[in-house]
Design a protein. Structure first.
Length: 209
């Protein structure tokens, strides 16, 4: 059974508040997304496997821990998930990177896949799936569906903000994955936007309308 963790950390909450402000410009918004992603990654990767090796310090030899196993993969949901990727890679720069492209139908709010490219051997890797917003949950569910169809069994989903409706849908569809959330907001409005939210994350990251 997967776990759901809301990262109620002062630094994360402060940066999310700055992201919410409509006066925050593209450059600062992009930096804040990266910083929040990096802080979330620190917690999300707490259970990475380790082994001990012998190292010689200037004082003595010691048995010390290092990471072991295949390098994790980061598979952002395009396009907004790209905004979190650099923050994650700051902590695990050797991670492999793939992409899943999904767009939302403006009338039905259903996700549609238009692109996918995954690293070799992804079925044997821990896969981190970042997307700033978990609104209806449709895109996250479809992305995890796709990864599982490729044999992935270790999946962690990371989002900056989630709506209760989207979180419930993702938990019900994929109860075995870990979900990490920067802040759980109040609800979805009639246009399936998170309230209070922060607007369209992709537009604010890339400066588009």
């Amino acid at each position: 059974m997967g776990k759901t963790i809301i990262l109620d950390h002062p630094l994360i909450r402060h940066k999310i508040t700055l992201m919410r402000d409509e006066r925050t410009g593209t450059r600062d918004f992009r930096i804040l997304v990266e910083e929040v992603a990096m802080l979330m990654t620190y917690e999300a990767l707490r259970d990475l496997p380790m082994k001990h090796i012998t190292v010689k310090t200037p004082v003595a030899a010691a048995e010390e821990p290092v990471l072991t196993g295949k390098k994790p993969a980061v598979v952002p949901i395009l396009r907004a998930g790209l905004g979190m990727t650099d923050g994650i890679l700051r902590l695990i720069p050797a991670a492999k990177v793939g992409h899943i492209g999904l767009y939302r139908d403006e009338e039905t709010h259903e996700p549609h896949e238009y692109y996918s490219k995954l690293p070799a051997g992804i079925e044997d890797r821990l896969v981190i799936v970042p997307d700033p917003m978990l609104a209806t949950g449709g895109s996250a569910i479809q992305a995890v569906d796709f990864l599982k169809s490729k044999g992935c069994s270790q999946i962690k989903f990371m989002c900056v903000i989630a709506a209760p409706e989207g979180l419930k849908a993702l938990q019900e569809a994929h109860p075995d994955i870990d979900i990490f959330i920067g802040c759980l907001d109040d609800h979805l409005n009639e246009n399936a936007y998170i309230v209070p939210g922060l607007g369209d994350a992709g537009d604010r990251i890339f400066g588009t309308d």
